[in-house]
Design a protein around this ligand. Sequence first.
Ligand SMILES: [Zn+2]
Length: 414
Amino acid sequence: MNNAVEIPLGITGISIGEVRENEFGDILIRISVTAEGAVCPKCGKPVTKSYGHGREIWLRHLPAFGRRTFVIIRPKRYQCPYCGGGPTVTQKVPWYRERSQYTDIYEKHILRALINSTIHDVSIKEDIGYDAVRGIIDRNIGKQVKWNEIRYIGTIGIDEISLKKGHGDFVTVVTSLSEEGTKILSVLSGRKKRTVGKFFKSIPKRLKKTVRSVCCDMYDGYISAAKEVFGKNVIITVDRFHVAKMYGKCLDNVRKREMVRLKKELPEKEYEKMKGVMHALRKKDADLTPEEREILKTVFGYSEILKTVYEFCDDLTYIFDRKISKEKALREIESWKEMTEIYDLNCFEKFIKTLNKYEEEIANYFIRRQTSGFVEGLNNKIKVIKRRCYGILNVTSLFQRIHIDLEGYYSFAG
Ligand SMILES: [Zn+2]
């Protein structure tokens, strides 16, 4: 062949035999292992007395120039001369595992493909079965955290995920965030304080000492479990992301009410101009496109209350946007609350109740904010995982999938 190149196979300790192409365009590479010998599973002694070869095995390998590639091997077999009955043993090699249909390097390739993707998607693109991808995950990803691989915890993030949209069925996702990166610590069934507390207690003593803060939603179960187990030395923070979700809901409610009114009162053509209002309202004033600005101008022209509530939300976001001290933030939030009273905005009533209840934890955000931007990154990741994980109903699978997303590039790169 004058248009062929020679590239290494990525497997060592072998010699290459016939290389051919089958009718599907797959590349088939026949190889044999050069090393001799195996270890008897019964007595543990090395054995070299040949007992022929096992049956031919096809192992899927990394695709070469976009083609499915297989290495074909007949594993060597040996017989133990020391044990009674002469048990036979198949030679083991470090680049594929018994009963796997893939080389290790190909399994890594699949795990890398799974990062931020789905089993279904990867199984289609790679043309291997759904269960085959599942099997690769199970062979390579542990079902729970390996504490001995963690040196430092730093911040713990606790988040709930509803496995079915709008159906409850909650699990609690516990992550950690430090200079070592984001790691998944556990996925717990439900969101009871007892469950979370039990998990916190199971953290080895050595690592418990390295917890600096716990970041979670405004949820009594999580907050009191963290307080009980970690005590006063750990800062408990409600992240701005959770707070923003809550006041965003107040705005959403006013928008829904007002849009129903406007639909009744306005001519259809005028109402049509307000398409996209929901999306525009969810943005900060500073981030609006000219089109969105136009939509809001039209809507606000008809709804003074929506304008006011939008501006109040934007003011609150502005407080969280700045690197100010906790004390200053508390003062600004206080005067924001007073203003809602002056404007008689009862749409924020429920939100303000929560705000008062968790004021300390919410304001703690400003302590962390001054020192690190970690937490925001973690929350964005959790948001993406949440969107993708509907349908994974099993706590163990969820743990494995989040593990791949968070640590995959580090673990399976190169
Ligand atoms: Zn033996």
